[in-house]
Ligand binder design. Structure first.
Ligand SMILES: *Cc1c(COP(=O)(O)O)cnc(C)c1O
Length: 404
């Protein structure tokens, strides 16, 4: 994204023109950024050729999944719907892993039918259920067990998953017990240890610690796991002053781990692949002036992008047209929804805005559209993909007919 003649552009197409043609609010993805992220991820870990399973929950647009498939990626899914969309996008079942603490019998049945690579189980009850269904159907089902390594990912507490108080995975004691119980099962074939300690991780140290914990526990388990699934969680730079996750250091720790314990590594990245590829284009509906601040009421709301309301997450906001004059009042960017949390951010010294101006919320590719809703019976926004200076509608704007 950059300004050309004071106009904000995405891959050289002006936001203004995109908004005129497709309306607002609109999610707009840049293919070249997407491609860059994919290639960079692959290159960073190429010495041990991991299986990279894109986390569908971060963005479940089938057209984007079809693109990512072309780069050899698999998928990490957490529901039947996500498993269906991954298969429909053409991802090979043997490149799909299924995570989640509450897979239902229907979901397990479906996954077994489709012969996916791994069901990563998160409790003894779940493994029992997988075994029951597998026996009934006279099948052999490959599973992983998700370990909770009790490692602090040093990220927002709402998106931390690898500490003992979180619901995910099983603790060391249970893990060792389950390995013992299931390593000789006829229908459940134990193949993988999986972890996922959280999201938006910017420091390699929690990963390093996680690898140490895994190693210690596998030694105790005295079992050869074919796969070690390290999950996702790699963070991106939402703010300029964020430090970047050092892939090199993470890569080196994994290489050290593999020297001691030979296995195939699986990753499940979501945000790091899709997060910084999209912008949400929105129009200023009204400006409400208060004593100390101005409310900039946008036509985008928490139903389109809930991260600020849900996690207090920050997204940079850029004006569609650059002007020189700065406001001396605080701008509070809000949506029209009847909730006080329907607020994107408060910014000092933003440039002067007037009604009908465009603004762009940045880095909304991950957990943006996939977390959108119809709250207040608002329509879900359109999704556009810019590829080779052409705009493709990859999901139509919802219509009232779709709703009723
Ligand atoms: C959400 C999730 C991911 C993806 O996390 P990112 O932070 O988007 O990389 C990977 N694995 C599991 C099990 C998840 O729940």
């Amino acid at each position: 994204m950059r300004y050309i003649n004071k106009k904000l552009t995405i891959e050289k197409l002006s936001v203004d023109r995109i908004a005129k043609k497709y309306g607002t609010p609109a999610y707009c993805y840049s293919f070249s950024q997407f491609r860059k992220n994919i290639l960079n991820f692959k290159k960073s870990f190429n010495s041990f050729s991991p299986l990279i399973c894109f986390s569908i929950k971060s963005n479940s647009n089938i057209n984007l999944i079809k693109e990512i498939k072309k780069f050899g990626f698999g998928a990490d899914v957490v529901s039947m719907g996500e498993l269906m969309v991954a298969l429909k996008a053409g991802i090979h079942p043997r490149k799909i892993v299924f995570s989640g603490v509450g897979k239902t019998s229907d979901e397990i049945n479906y996954a077994i039918n489709k012969n996916i690579l791994l069901i990563n189980a998160e409790s003894q009850s779940e493994i029992k259920e997988i075994e029951r269904i597998a026996k009934l159907r006279n099948k052999q089902v490959q599973i992983g067990i998700r370990l909770n390594p009790n490692t602090d990912a040093k990220t927002l507490k709402q998106i931390s998953t690898g500490k003992k108080e979180n619901k995910f995975g099983v603790n060391e004691e249970t893990f060792l017990d389950l390995v013992k119980k299931y390593k000789r099962s006829k229908n459940v074939i134990l193949k993988c240890l999986s972890v996922h300690i959280g999201s938006q991780i910017l420091d390699h140290k929690p990963y390093e610690k996680m690898l140490k914990v895994i190693y210690k526990i596998i030694k105790k388990a005295n079992f050869n796991f074919e796969f070690i699934d390290l999950g996702g969680g790699m963070g991106i730079q939402y703010e300029n002053n964020h430090n970047k996750l050092d892939y090199k250091k993470y890569n080196n720790s994994i290489i050290r781990f593999l020297k001691k314990y030979n296995s195939k590594i699986i990753f499940e990245p979501g945000r790091s692949i899709i997060g910084n590829t999209a912008s949400l284009i929105s129009k200023v509906t009204y400006i409400k002036e208060e004593k100390t601040k101005k409310f900039i009421v946008l036509d985008a709301a928490m139903n389109d992008l809930i991260r600020p309301a849900l996690y207090g997450a920050y997204h940079k906001i850029l004006p569609g047209l650059k002007k020189n004059k700065r406001s001396n009042k605080i701008y509070e960017f809000v949506g029209p929804i009847c909730e006080s949390t329907d607020k994107f951010s408060s910014i000092k010294n933003f440039q002067e805005l007037v009604e009908k101006d465009l603004v762009v919320l940045q880095d909304v590719g991950a957990y943006g559209m996939s977390l959108s809703s119809n709250y207040n019976l608002r329509l879900k926004p359109i999704e556009l993909l810019i590829k080779n200076t052409k705009i493709k509608v990859i999901r139509k704007r919802q219509t009232y007919k779709d709703l009723f």
